[in-house]
Design a binder for this molecule. Structure first.
Ligand code: MEZ
Length: 533
């Protein structure tokens, strides 16, 4: 019998005993010790100091530092005669972009939505396990606030967090009104379940494709409202007026390589996260376009970043089969009772502790030799999924996790019968472009919503808060951008911030290693880095 089968047998034979076992949530001191020792966010000795721009002097990972010190793909003598003139330019075709576009449109703004890939290609559709909203009788926005603050190591911007929890119920109401089919019980009441780090069940779910269902409805509504969309047209540079206010953007038509100039009274960046930068060499659960575009664009125009050094490694990314490496294995499975089990058949962490703690515990198990090696050389621990049918009754997995069952079934693995191997996967940028409660960055006229923005989640986001974030702050950014558009014409279109930034790079002796936004992951370059380091 090989090592994998031997270990898998230990998982199966230990099931009955584990069933009655409860592992404690760690004390603050224990959590702190664990994350400092094993979470990738704390490998500070490998971090780079940012040498220029609003965050100069702070430290972050190499991949982000290179983005912030990158060169623009746009020549400064580009003809800036606009092909489009709009009130609000929304950049990004995921949940935050769609919500912002719908809200701005509802305020009477003339909106153009542009996106790098197709409408809906985004991390929103990858959020499987739910959206947190305090709606049950024994829950409240205050409890949601404190859970999130504790999860974020008390580094969350309290103003943003208050907005999130207070406006959560309204956001859910809005989605239901548009047609999102959240799960309901036999009496028709909304079902809720508990996510990691939360003291109350407050996740609204659409089985295990919550984000996909939300995006389905938002996309439909954008089409119903006839909001013009340009697909395969990412923003490659912002435009600013002589006072530094954002006045539009330069897009690139990915089909023919031509630049497109858009004049806008306000711009909303909703370009999502940066998992495809593969920070620290991690695989990712993110969609193909998640290359941190907003970070480079906003930074060059003068926007400060918040918590640019912290990333979420979702505890359960698939490590086997190889084709699924990095793919999300939803936290919902742990929420419903799935156990994390090491090579020796033992549990080692409370599965519903915060994600940074659970991820650090898995990394520790593997680093200390209690992981299981896959044939391709990856290492992971078991997620004992069949435990869920044992706890909740036969058929529960099929009913509650159809997407997960199908994802593994395609590769001949029946998760109703066998545990799966998992390891943390790069899932979310905890920080991003700093915003105020209206979603405005430090660059006037430039708004940022969803994962691209920073400050709300502190140093570790709680499960389900991203779907809520993109609705609440998508709406806020859309409304504020539309209001700003009513206050006067767009400014002059210039690339003066690019000239200024290039001078700063030069003055600081920085030769950019990259041209950014990167737009698509450069896997060839990554291979080269791996071979030379
Ligand atoms: O918020 C998330 O990241 C989420 C819902 C992920 C998941 O595990 O399903």
């Amino acid at each position: 019998m090989d090592v994998i089968d031997e270990s898998k047998n230990k998982v199966v034979s230990g099931r009955e005993e584990r069933r009655a076992q409860t592992l404690p949530i760690q004390s603050p001191e224990e959590r702190d010790r664990l994350v400092r020792a094993f979470h990738p966010d704390y490998k500070k000795e490998e971090y780079h100091t940012i040498r220029t721009g609003p965050n100069a002097g702070e430290r972050t990972v190499r991949e982000v530092a290179e983005l912030l010190e990158s060169d623009s793909p746009v020549p400064v003598d580009l003809d800036l005669t606009p092909q489009y003139r709009v009130d609000v330019l929304v950049v990004g075709g995921g949940g935050a972009g769609a919500t912002a576009a719908l809200t701005a449109r509802a305020q009477g703004a003339n909106v153009l939505l542009v996106t790098k890939l197709r409408m809906g290609d985004s991390n929103t559709v990858m959020a499987q396990g739910g959206m947190q909203v305090a709606i049950t009788e024994d829950d409240s926005p205050v409890t949601h606030f404190y859970d999130t603050l504790r999860g974020g190591h008390h580094k969350n911007d309290p103003k943003l967090l208050k907005v999130l929890v207070d406006e959560g119920p309204m956001a859910a109401q809005w989605l239901i009104g548009l047609g999102v089919l959240f799960d309901r019980d036999e009496s028709g009441n909304l079902k809720t379940k508990k996510g990691g780090g939360s003291t109350k069940p407050r996740l609204l779910t659409c089985s295990d494709y919550t984000g996909l269902e939300i995006m389905r409805v938002l996309k439909d509504e954008v089409l119903n409202q006839r909001i013009p969309i340009l697909e395969f047209s990412p923003v490659v540079e912002l435009l600013t007026d002589p006072d530094g206010r954002c006045s539009g953007a330069v897009l690139k038509n990915l089909d023919n390589g031509q630049f497109i100039v858009v004049e806008a009274k306000s711009v909303i960046l909703a370009t999502g996260g940066s998992g495809r930068l593969h920070i620290e060499g991690f695989p990712t659960s993110n969609h193909f376009g998640a290359t941190g575009d907003a970070l480079a664009l906003a930074y060059r125009a003068g926007g400060k970043l918040a918590h640019a050094d912290t990333f979420q490694y979702h505890p359960t990314g698939a490590v086997f089969p190889e084709q699924l490496a990095g793919a999300l294995v939803t936290e919902g499975l742990r929420s419903d009772g799935g156990h994390l089990v090491n090579r020796n058949g033992k549990r080692f962490v409370n599965e519903l502790d915060t994600r940074d703690v659970v991820a650090a515990a898995i990394i520790r198990e593997c680093a200390e030799g209690r992981g299981v090696k896959t044939p391709a050389g990856r290492v992971g621990v078991w997620l004992d999924v069949p435990m869920i049918d044992l706890l909740l009754g036969e058929g529960s997995l099929t009913k509650r996790f159809p997407a997960m069952v199908r994802q593994f079934e395609r590769y001949g693995i029946d998760i109703r019968k066998e545990p799966v191997l998992i390891y943390p996967t790069l899932h979310y940028q905890n920080g991003g472009v700093s915003i105020d409660a209206d979603g405005q960055s430090q660059v006037r006229g430039l708004f940022v919503a969803g994962e691209a923005s920073g400050g709300l989640h502190g140093r570790n986001r709680l499960m389900g808060n991203s779907l809520l974030d993109l609705i609440v702050f998508g709406k806020r950014a859309g409304a504020a951008a539309a209001a700003r558009a009513k206050s006067g014409p767009a400014g002059k279109l210039t690339l003066s911030h690019v000239t200024r930034f290039r001078k700063e790079l030069d003055k600081n002796g920085i030769k950019p290693k990259r041209v950014a936004p990167i737009l698509l992951p450069d896997y060839v370059r990554r291979e080269e880095i791996a071979h030379t380091s």
